[in-house]
Write a protein that binds this ligand. Structure first.
Ligand code: PLP
Length: 430
């Protein structure tokens, strides 16, 4: 008997998949277009998650699909480290141009975000000859061993998986809403240099310009600038992990531009290739060239299908002014969410909507930042998908709803989705 129903697929998945790879909703997608998806039961969903910030140019964007189909007719894989191809070179050239700052840049391609992070650490260590890496509390850098070690959030990412690689240190990330100022973070870093590792032993500091999984907290500009100064002073490589913030999502092409900072290395993944697996490290040429030939790469690194998709994504970003559109999406969400906060001031503690289409609301009890409400968060996310809206949560405290719509979404769909959010609040808090 053929199975067509979400519930039956979920049972089969539960039996076939290890529980560690869970899913947010028992919704099995049949097809999708731009910011809408339809499941195997024929239900329609507005997608405010974009497959976790990946499909920024929308699902099955006709231009991306056409570029990929044309590439598939020619070849699907040769390995960029064996017999390369023009799409990878063109894409590297474009990324080198787009990366912030005037220092000449070079690029390498890999496949996942975690791999890009790991390669940054390898490059920084090869360049400096040093061992230490500093990351931040609440940061998320991936699920491989080194990336997980850098991640500053235990549940669910680090539970049961230790020991972690050595020479990783965590410092507080500045979040005013939770009482950690820029000054507090910088003081903690200075203290770390006194008690844990000398700055002359530190290869790199890795920072997300907006913490993603950690709760959508933008790094204040003065913090990014202070990190730049600190790294310059001590010869430390500054890595901006722009896997979630990159490729136009925040209203700048790279989020580091808000602070006017030129990172030494930048990670790129997610939104780069319209849903095809691709990641990259883009960085200052002299640092990028530190590892020996063959020291960086991977079998599927820079897949020709993904590189072709990424070139189409870049064209779309330019043709449709999607960087600017991200800013407008942020303003639209900000206005509607402030209205909602006016109705539920005790539940919506904070709204963060000044980094384009990377928007969040933090849910609390009694309007108190120190009383997170993860149960309300889960209830809203669950009711939302039951009413046809895919919402994602995040946050060290599990109490943040994040909005990551496609940059090609229409105002009408945004409003329709936010009406569902309003209805869910009414229902859950009645
Ligand atoms: C900032 C950041 N770094 C790294 C990663 C890991 O990327 P991947 O899941 O592709 O390995 C993510 C994924 O969410 C991320 O948001």
């Amino acid at each position: 008997m053929s199975i067509t129903n979400n519930g039956q697929w979920q049972s089969r998945k539960d039996a076939a998949f290890a529980r560690g790879q869970g899913n947010l909703a028992p919704v099995f997608i049949d097809h999708a277009a731009n910011a809408e998806m339809w499941d195997v039961d024929g239900n329609r969903y507005i997608d405010f998650g974009s497959g976790i910030a990946v499909c920024s140019t929308g699902h099955t964007n006709p231009k991306v699909t056409a570029a990929v189909q044309e590439q598939l007719q020619r070849f699907s894989h040769t390995c960029v480290m064996v017999t390369p191809y023009s799409s990878a070179v063109e894409l590297a050239e474009k990324l080198n141009e787009l990366a912030p700052g005037s220092t000449p840049k070079k690029t390498i391609f890999v496949t996942t975000g975690a791999e890009a992070v790991e390669n940054c650490v390898k490059i920084a260590r090869a360049h400096t000859g040093r061992r230490g890496v500093i990351a931040f509390n609440g940061g998320f850098h991936g699920r491989t061993m080194l990336a997980m070690g850098l991640t500053g959030k235990i549940t669910p990412y680090k539970n049961l998986f230790g020991p972690f690689p050595a020479e990783i240190y965590h410092a507080p990330y500045p979040v005013e809403y939770h009482g950690v100022s820029v000054e507090d973070s910088l003081k903690a870093l200075e203290m770390l240099f006194k008690v844990d590792i000398a700055p002359s032993d530190v290869a790199a500091i890795i920072v997300e310009p907006v913490q993603g999984e950690g709760g959508f907290y933008p790094a204040p500009n003065e913090f990014m600038q202070a990190l730049r100064t600190m790294c310059d002073e001590h010869g430390i490589v500054l890595i901006a992990d722009e896997i979630q913030t990159g490729f136009g999502r925040t209203g700048k092409f790279f989020c580091s531009e808000y602070a006017g900072v030129e990172p030494d290395l930048i990670t790129v993944a997610k939104g780069v290739a319209g849903g095809f697996p691709l990641s990259a490290v883009v960085g200052k040429a002299d640092i990028m060239d530190a590892p020996l030939p063959g020291g960086l790469g991977g079998t599927y690194a820079g897949s020709p299908i993904a590189c072709t998709a990424a070139l189409a994504v870049l064209d779309l970003i330019a043709e449709e002014n999607l960087v600017e559109r991200a800013g407008k999406i942020g303003s639209l969400f900000a206005a509607r969410l402030s209205e909602l906060q006016g109705l539920y001031p005790g539940a919506i503690g904070d709204i963060r909507a000044d980094r384009g289409a990377m928007i969040a609301m933090e849910l609390v009890k009694n309007g108190d930042a120190d009383q997170p409400d993860p149960d309300l968060t889960t209830a809203l996310v669950t009711l939302a998908y039951q009413r046809g809206l895919v919402l994602l949560s995040c946050g060290v405290r599990g109490n943040v709803i994040r909005f990551l719509p496609a940059l090609t979404i229409s105002d009408e769909l945004i409003n329709e989705g936010l009406n569902i959010v309003m209805g869910c609040f009414e229902e859950v808090l009645k």
